[in-house]
Design a protein around this ligand. Structure first.
Ligand code: ADP
Ligand code: ZN
Ligand code: ZN
Length: 744
């Protein structure tokens, strides 16, 4: 077949291939075909579906086959979304084909439709499966991995999805089916993720004057269909959510639609509950726990305009909503909005601003601790500031005290986990029937196993980090790759028996508190206790319904939770937060202390916060304690200016990874040498350094950091160098644009 065509189309196939393929367009399709349409094309004698991404009048290949047929008359992709995809592709330096995948769930790209597929369901209770999973973890890791995935799903999961996620073959599924732990069926169970929950209807609250002012400006902007970015800066508990809800309502009233992004963790209970009570079935929800089938249905519901409000985590920013009136990004400072482990390394908050601009829509970024970048955008006039200065129910902000742990150690003549002050406060709250939260950003029982003879720490063989001891499962576990062993009795290096556990995590805190206060009812919320489906919700409701007096947790308890009867928050070892050698270290520390403290005193009784620190003089800690955001901002912005970090320059972090340490470093070095020359005056490059995690899952990691005023100049230089240096298939390169960390 050698016919030549007037026009050619690049088609991105649904097979998950990286590249797009060229096909000729026959006369009959010339007028019909648009970018973003779904087509059937032949590949090696088989018809495949794909999306048209580009047109051209020439084709580099001699032999070109024609497009077979158009699958959907209506384009899957709107021109608006296509434009957004092109922007993301360019800004985050990622091929368009790869970028486009973000815009469609796999099930939509595959045109899965309502075809029947094999699904797997649990035949045993969650608890039984959890027990089995634990018992086979060390001996049969593949079975454990499969059960792990199965424990994460709501009801059923597609067989293909399950094996892919668990990284196991179908024979493992067959084995478990034979043991009657699971069952394979082909019936499709209902796919509405919200259906089982019940909600009490809620009415809009009467806004206080700060809220009213914020609302007026936002709704005015929506009404006028002009692009405007607002930063809604309101202390914890100031009623930002109420403003968001009324803003979305105002968009709806004007026949427009609303999109709200929330951090993944908030999607599980509270926020969804609130929104659902207000908007009922007008909402579509997108999150990572949806099965492929659910995602397919939600996506099409949104595409067809059945749900005028969409709420979701990071990737929901690419939802196919038309007539966008307002985009809301709650907790805009959250780093979880940034994709860091895959390209494009987009930040959903930044994409939200761009998308709003393309649509003449209004964007509202909300936070009690705005990111430095966003507040800087207020200072330079790009964003309009809306402030909520007080808590909504006129509760006062909690009283914060710092305990100097150096003195505490002197007094107790040795190491102590809890200060006298914290213990006495916990006891007081317990006596009064009030609740407390204890925060510690480490999970597990002990954080390492150390040999006192030779100094060796037991490390993961796949990753370059120490193994954490988990008492419940009696194992040493790697928090990066989940490698597990039974703790050795002797040092693996010098064979001496003088090995000792060091450091403490949440599991340890819980057991010590139970010893000190035998009748205190505690709950623990961390990655270990919330791994499986429903477990987070269970803990959340148990604590909210006062089934426990004290909640111990990692950053999971720091964010957004609203428990009115919590009057005490304790922060153990907050110094770790401030000591991460990263350009955002101080910012993250400040945010963390402010957010955790904000969990206290949200009801009628005034709350208090006890912070344990070995460095109580730390100025950022003190800004957080006095609730002085401006002081924090002014100090931090000076330091960013001095080191020429964001927002004063753009950063691009190149992460090279490979199984050979030498080869990976060599490639990084070659890139660095060429980049230096290519950049010339457009920016600077830093010599290759091992990443903060220098080895993960057997891959060595090196980074090269680029810095410059103009992001496109940096990317252009990189592109040139990529054309010059051959990247072997054994070394992978990830380009992180505007990285949220220069360390990890
Ligand atoms: P934020 O999101 O700023 O942390 P929330 O939206 O969770 O704060 O609000 C804190 C509490 O104040 C919630 O219980 C909310 O229902 C209540 N609230 C918000 N606005 C008002 C209002 N105008 N009048 C009375 N209560 C309000
Ligand atoms: Zn040793
Ligand atoms: Zn590991």
């Amino acid at each position: 077949m050698n016919a030549s065509y007037k026009r050619y189309a690049s088609v991105l196939l649904d097979l998950g291939l990286k590249n797009s393929f060229s096909y000729g367009i026959e006369e009959k399709y010339l007028d019909q075909l648009e970018k973003g349409m779904c087509v059937k094309v032949p590949l090696r004698g088989v018809l495949q579906t794909g999306i048209v991404v580009e047109f051209s009048s020439k084709c580099p290949y001699k032999k070109v086959l024609p497009i077979h047929s158009i699958v959907s008359e209506k384009t899957l992709m709107t021109p608006e979304l296509f434009k957004l995809a092109q922007w993301v592709s360019q800004y985050y330096h990622t091929p368009l084909a790869r970028t486009l995948k973000l815009f469609f769930p796999k099930s939509v790209r595959k045109g899965m439709g309502h075809k029947k597929q094999q699904v797997v369901i649990r035949k045993k209770s969650l608890e039984e499966l959890r027990q089995i999973c634990m018992s086979v973890r060390l001996k049969k890791p593949k079975q454990a991995a499969l059960i792990d995935e199965l424990l994460k799903v709501e009801k059923e999961i597609f067989l293909t999805e399950l094996t892919e996620k668990a990284g196991v073959s179908r024979s493992v599924v067959a084995t478990l089916a034979k043991q009657e732990l699971i069952e394979l069926t082909t019936t499709r169970v209902d796919r509405n993720p919200l259906e089982k929950a019940e909600y009490f209807p809620s009415k809009p609250k009467k806004l206080n004057s700060d809220q009213q002012n914020a609302y007026n400006q936002i709704s005015h902007s929506i009404e006028n269909t002009i692009f405007q970015s607002f930063l809604l800066f309101g202390v914890t508990g100031s009623g930002k959510t109420e403003v968001y809800m009324q803003a979305m309502e105002s968009a709806l009233k004007q026949g427009k639609k609303a999109l709200m992004l929330v951090p993944e963790i908030a999607l599980t209970t509270q926020t969804v509950e609130k929104l659902k009570s207000r908007f009922k079935d007008k909402i579509a929800i997108l999150h990572h726990r949806l099965s492929q089938g659910e995602r397919y249905d939600q996506w099409h519901a949104i595409r067809q305009g059945l749900a005028p409000i969409v709420i979701g985590a990071r990737s929901a920013i690419f939802a196919p909503i038309d007539k966008l009136g307002v985009i809301i990004v709650d907790e805009e400072h959250e780093l979880s909005y940034k994709q860091t482990d895959d390209m494009p390394t987009y930040n959903a908050r930044d994409v939200a601003v761009v998308r709003a601009k393309m649509n003449n829509a209004t964007v509202v970024l909300g936070s009690a601790t705005p990111s430095l970048e966003s507040f800087n955008n207020v200072q330079n006039g790009k964003y309009k500031l809306l402030e909520l200065k007080n808590r909504a129910n006129s509760q006062v902000m909690p009283k914060i005290e710092v305990v100097d742990m150096k003195r505490e150690m002197e007094r107790s003549k040795g190491f102590t986990l809890f200060s006298q002050k914290l213990l006495s406060e916990i006891e007081k709250r317990f006596q009064k029937g009030e609740q407390s939260i204890i925060f510690l950003n480490r999970r597990g029982y002990h954080t390492s196993l150390l040999c006192t003879q030779c100094g060796e720490v037991e490390k993961c063989p796949n990753c370059d980090i120490s193994l954490t001891f988990h008492r419940k499962n009696d194992c040493l576990a790697c928090h990066l790759c989940d490698y597990r062993i039974t703790p050795p009795k002797i040092c693996s290096k010098c064979k001496s028996a003088t090995i000792k556990f060091k450091g403490f995590g949440t599991e340890n805190v819980e057991s010590q508190l139970r010893k000190i206060f035998p009748s205190l009812r505690t709950l623990r919320m961390d990655a270990d206790t919330t791994k499986h489906v429903g477990s987070y919700e269970k803990l959340y409701y148990a604590f909210r319904n006062h089934k426990a007096d004290l909640l111990i947790g990692t950053q999971m308890v720091a964010k957004g939770l609203h428990f009115p009867s919590v009057t005490l928050v304790g922060i153990l070892n907050c110094d770790r937060q401030f000591n991460i050698p990263d350009f955002k270290g101080s910012e993250i520390g400040f945010q963390m202390v402010t957010q955790v403290s904000g969990r206290a005193g949200r009801g009628d009784i005034k709350g208090s916060v006890v912070i344990q620190s070995f460095n109580p003089e730390n100025s950022f800690l003190n800004h957080a304690i006095s609730g002085d955001y401006l002081a924090f901002y002014n100090q931090e912005i000076e330091s960013r200016k001095f080191f020429n970090y964001s927002p004063f320059s753009h950063l691009v972090k190149l992460v090279f990874r490979g199984k050979s340490e030498g080869q990976t470093l060599r490639i990084a070095q070659q890139f660095y040498n060429k980049l230096k020359m290519q950049l010339a005056r457009a920016g600077e490059a830093q010599a290759p350094l091992p990443c903060g995690y220098p080895k993960i899952k057997e891959y060595y990691r090196f980074q090269v950091l680029l810095k410059g005023q103009n992001i496109y100049a940096l990317i252009q230089a990189l592109q040139k160098v990529e054309e010059q240096v051959h990247l072997p298939s054994t070394v992978k390169l990830l380009t992180d644009v505007d990285p949220s960390s220069t360390f990890f």
